[in-house]
Design a protein around this ligand. Structure first.
Ligand SMILES: [Zn+2]
Length: 317
């Protein structure tokens, strides 16, 4: 496909997505893997997914493709930024930046069909306190999550590491009735997963599964296009020239730039975790996946079997 056509199709996609988000609300949800023909018809319950990132962009970056895939099937996804991102720009900060970044992730959520929440905690100052652990436990309970995602506690950024600790420490505690008794406890531990990263100490990210996002990469790029302060202005480490270099004021060229850089990022994930793709898709389909997102199961949540994982991630056809 020619690059121009690709970019224009991205733009056209934007309008279609707004319409389909509404349509999805009305679509009857079907839970997959009810394979026995003899099984009685049961009311189906959408999966509920909650993903915690440190900053208003991390969950979108890490799980945006799968979020779109789940919402297209009628499942419910919520993305939470655990800080408000108020130091995440080279030229602005404080309340003004927090408001800007909150508006950006709200627009991205609209494009993906997800829910979003930004916690009012300063960027760069997130600590694994009891108060924050309670906040995370309550958010998981209130969302009635089946799946929970976060950074690993070994990521480079202190906020990322602390999100990893906080979410890990919420596993199990979500089921304890007298911890945060004001929000009813969960009967079942959700499955907890980590996002990928490139760090190797104390141990490298070890994927439990990898998902092809070839079918939704265009839509993910469109969602990330809403995160202007980060993807076009370079966030904390950009400078006054970054927006120009990334064609930030040209809607077609900037989307092309973004599509190329995210295609590269997800190709790297697919190639790095090819063995996992082969395991889940089989040798033929697994070899053809170009773009992937990958996740590692945390030991402290529930431990779904491979069959259960295929229900939680209903993407391996
Ligand atoms: Zn971050």
């Amino acid at each position: 496909m020619k690059r121009t056509a690709f970019s224009l199709s991205l733009l056209a996609c934007l309008a279609a997505m707004a319409a389909s988000a509404t349509a999805q609300e009305k679509t009857a949800t079907t839970e997959p893997a009810k394979e026995s023909a003899a099984a009685p018809a049961e009311p189906v319950k959408p999966l509920r997914i909650i993903a915690f990132g440190a900053h208003p962009d991390d969950p979108e970056f890490q799980i945006g493709g799968c979020a779109i895939k789940w919402t297209k099937l009628g499942h419910k996804v919520k993305l939470v930024a655990c800080t408000n991102g108020d130091i995440g720009h080279w030229g602005m900060s404080g309340g003004e930046l927090a408001q800007r970044r909150t508006a950006e992730v709200q627009e991205a959520a609209k494009r993906m069909g997800t829910e979003v929440e930004v916690l009012d905690i300063h960027d760069g100052e997130l600590l694994p306190t009891l108060e924050n652990r309670k906040t995370i436990v309550k958010l998981i309970r209130e969302w009635d999550a089946d799946l929970v995602f976060s950074h690993r506690p070994y990521d480079y950024h202190p906020d990322h590491r602390n999100v990893g600790l906080l979410v890990q420490d919420a596993a199990f505690m979500v089921m304890v009735p007298y911890f945060c008794p004001d929000v009813p406890s969960m009967k079942k531990n959700p499955a907890f997963f980590f996002f990928p990263d490139g760090f190797t100490k104390p141990y490298p990210f070890t994927p439990t599964l990898a998902v092809s996002i070839d079918d939704v990469l265009d839509e993910k790029v469109l969602a990330l296009d809403a995160l202007e302060s980060q993807v076009y202005e370079g966030g904390a480490l950009g400078d006054a020239t970054t927006r120009g270099k990334r064609f930030g004021d040209d809607p077609v060229r900037r989307l092309k730039f973004l599509a190329t850089s995210w295609s590269n990022r997800h190709s790297n994930i697919a190639n790095k975790h090819r063995e996992t793709l082969l395991e889940w898709y089989g040798p033929e389909a697994g070899a053809t996946v170009k773009h992937a997102e990958a996740f590692e199961l945390c030991e402290y949540g529930s431990k779904p079997s491979k069959e259960q994982l295929r229900i939680l991630f209903p993407f391996f056809k």
